[in-house]
Design a protein around this ligand. Structure first.
Ligand code: CAA
Length: 391
């Protein structure tokens, strides 16, 4: 198994190394042997998620006083890679709860909201989802249509959301709705919605290419009442809450992509050392060595960008560009590496007997959710050009 290049970084002290070893041993011992079953059956890994919660991995960056583990973003990136190397479905379940749900509650929530919603989510007693995308608004959330109407004591929400990870299991959803579309993005508000509320429905579950054990749901809000106390952040600042949240989410998905890619690289190295053709292991062939070299180089480059973004987050700097670069490079590396991993395996790689087939299917979504590769390029270019203007 490849060793993390972070081991040479001063930030990686003994406690982080121990944490990494503990998570790796749990992921490889408890999750990896069940990942094929989860993939084939689509069964939600409830018992594993419970164990992740007991290990403090469902609210890793939430301060301890609010039920979290109080860890930094570098540790989170390392943990996400380990869990995703064993099972990418489990990785995204963990990532959504940590980065898309706990993080905005910790940043924008008031003390009452933190007590009531963040604490059980960070402890992993409850699960959350992030409901931004809609049938007509994926890459362009500024025009989202889910209607928020003021009523006595709060709001009523009406409309649909699409492609919501954890949508079937979530206890609480962070929901973005438009109060007044004439105000552009300044009409968008963020709400905390209890999924047991009357009028909340999971209207469809997607049948997917990969990450099959995590749910991807369409949600329908049929005049769902949300009390005033569940407005998250300020009225009209919902899009900022969403985009701020996605900066952190992109570090999580980049780390998931690293895990998928690492699994495929490790499998390729093992296979190439055992599989004989022309009288010797194929690892002796330069063609295969070149594949391995390029796979390893792309993986480490993407990992360094991912940890660079996580470090920038830990230092309190704005890391929008760094997170976009991390996600872009890690997701494209994962797709490239898993494609080559199948090539190294030849016909075997095209069968479900070998893990690289699953890695290949799981990698694709990392180029799509939490902002497609094209959106990441837009974000990077916008930041680069803004830096030029600032001189
Ligand atoms: N942090 C905080 N605020 C931000 C921000 C950030 N990173 N980026 C922008 N903003 C603010 C801006 O300052 C602006 O506010 P003001 O007008 O007051 O200055 C406001 O937000 C709007 O910014 P833009 O005008 O730049 O926004 P835009 O409409 O042009 O969109 C975009 C930019 C990059 C295309 C953005 O919409 C985007 O990232 N789109 C992709 C959305 C996405 O990732 N969707 C995935 C959904 S989650 C998911 O995948 C589901 C799941 O369950 C895993």
């Amino acid at each position: 198994m490849s060793v993390s290049p972070m081991f040479g970084w001063p930030e990686v002290d003994d406690s982080k190394k121990m944490l990494l070893e503990q998570i790796r041993s749990f992921a490889q011992g408890e999750i990896a042997p069940k990942a094929k079953h989860f993939d084939e059956s689509g069964e939600f890994p409830s018992a594993i998620v419970k164990q992740l919660a007991e290990m403090g991995l469902m609210g890793m960056m939430v301060p301890e006083e609010w039920g979290g583990a109080g860890m930094d973003a570098v540790s989170y990136a390392m943990a996400m890679e380990e869990i995703s190397a064993a099972c990418a479905s489990t990785g995204v379940i963990m990532s959504v709860n940590n980065s898309l749900v706990c993080a905005p509650l910790a940043k924008f929530g008031n003390d009452d909201q933190k007590r009531k919603y963040l604490m059980p989510l960070a402890r992993g007693e409850k699960l959350g989802c992030f409901a931004l995308s809609e049938p007509g608004h994926g890459s362009d959330p500024a025009g989202l249509k889910l209607q928020a109407t003021r009523v006595e004591g709060g709001w009523k929400l009406k409309g649909s959301k699409n492609w919501i990870t954890n949508g079937r299991e979530a206890d609480f959803a962070i929901v973005f709705a438009n109060q007044d579309r004439s105000k552009g993005h300044k009409g968008i508000c963020a709400f905390i919605v209890d999924t047991k509320s009357q009028g909340f429905q999971v209207s469809k579950l997607e049948d997917k290419l990969g990450i099959t054990a995590s749910s991807t749901a369409a949600l329908f809000f049929d005049d769902v009442f949300v009390p005033e106390s569940c407005l998250l952040g300020k009225e009209g600042e919902g899009l900022k809450v969403a985009l701020w949240t996605l900066d952190g989410g992109r570090i999580g998905i980049a780390s998931q992509a690293l895990g998928i890619a690492r699994c495929a690289l490790d499998a390729s190295k093992r296979f190439a050392s055992e599989r004989e053709q022309f009288g010797a292991p194929i690892a002796k062939l330069q063609a295969i060595q070149f594949f391995i070299a390029d796979m390893a180089t792309r993986l480490e480059g993407a990992r360094l960008l991912t940890w660079h973004a996580a470090r920038a987050k830990d230092l309190g700097a704005r890391y929008t560009k760094e997170a976009a670069m991390a996600k872009l490079s890690a997701s494209e590396a994962a797709m490239w590496i898993t494609t080559k991993a199948i090539q190294v395996h030849g016909g075997y790689g095209f069968t479900k007997e070998y893990v690289v087939e699953r890695n290949f299917r799981d990698a694709k979504i990392t180029e799509i959710y939490e902002g497609t590769s094209e959106i990441q390029r837009l974000v990077i270019a916008a930041q680069e050009l803004a830096e030029l203007q600032q001189g």
